[in-house]
Design a protein around this ligand. Structure first.
Ligand code: C5P
Length: 235
């Protein structure tokens, strides 16, 4: 079975724009990420439409609520048939364990991963919340908690991947955004890594948006990234 490593971020404000891009991609070469903006405007119908076109979907809604509510949301995501979904590790062990249990009895459960510390948060932002741990230490702490709570992996920056791989083991799934192929614009990403380097650091899947979605030929851009990274589409 093919296991494309690249997840294209569908950061669009409406279904038509998203579908226009998707018509120019190939499900054998990539998966798709649907986040809060697109899901809020286009809902599960769009997710179903994308799945009918053969794409695996990462439903990036970062659930964070009391355990029962998050468990029910994860159950709904499993019933929708998405390939991956996520929760905030800051929701705590009970919340993550409830989420895990809620998808476990589904015949094809989605991969369930956690967000640790949002990369937009600085040490100062954390201190303002009463959290006096360095961001990198908090990332490791929360990833370890996610692992212990039975989650399949975390979203992390490629810079964190090697340390998390070391602590959470070879099976733990590391999904990294902030990826930029050689010689492309960094946009608003402060710290970027090439696809090849991110995979070398231990990333399993790479979330890539604008280098593909804004390219004149998105499929060609995707193919070039796959070749550069020597990912191999179906391996
Ligand atoms: O266009 P670009 O490749 O920067 O898009 C990256 C995607 O990954 C966006 O959907 C963005 O919200 C998401 N993301 C990120 N950094 C994180 C977490 C998610 O860029 N730390």
């Amino acid at each position: 079975m093919s296991d494309p490593k690249i997840i294209v971020a569908l950061d669009y404000a409406d279904a038509v724009s998203a579908l226009n891009l998707v018509a120019r991609l190939d499900p054998a070469l990539c998966r798709l990420k649907v986040g809060k903006e697109l899901f809020t405007v286009a809902g599960p119908q769009l997710v179903e439409q994308l799945m009918r076109r053969g794409f695996d979907i990462f439903l990036d809604l970062k659930f964070h609520d009391i355990p029962t509510t998050v468990a029910q949301a994860c159950k709904a995501a499993a019933a929708l048939g998405v390939w991956m979904t996520n929760v905030h590790a800051l929701g705590g062990r009970k919340m993550m364990e409830a989420a895990r249990a809620a998808v476990a009895d589904h015949p094809a459960p989605p991969k369930l991963i956690a967000v640790t510390v949002l990369t937009s948060m600085t040490q100062q932002d954390l201190a303002e919340l009463g959290i006096h741990t360095a961001p990198a230490d908090l990332v490791l702490h929360l990833a370890t908690l996610a692992h212990a709570s039975g989650l399949d992996g975390v979203v992390c920056s490629a810079q964190e991947a090697a340390v998390l791989r070391l602590h959470c083991g070879p099976e733990f799934c590391l999904v990294t955004p902030g990826i930029r192929p050689q010689n492309t614009a960094t946009d608003d990403q402060a710290r970027v890594m090439t696809p090849q380097a991110a995979l070398r650091q231990g990333a399993n899947y790479l979330v890539i948006g604008r280098p593909i979605t804004q390219a004149a030929d998105p499929l060609q851009a995707l193919q070039t990234i796959i070749e550069q990274a020597a990912v191999g589409a179906g391996v």
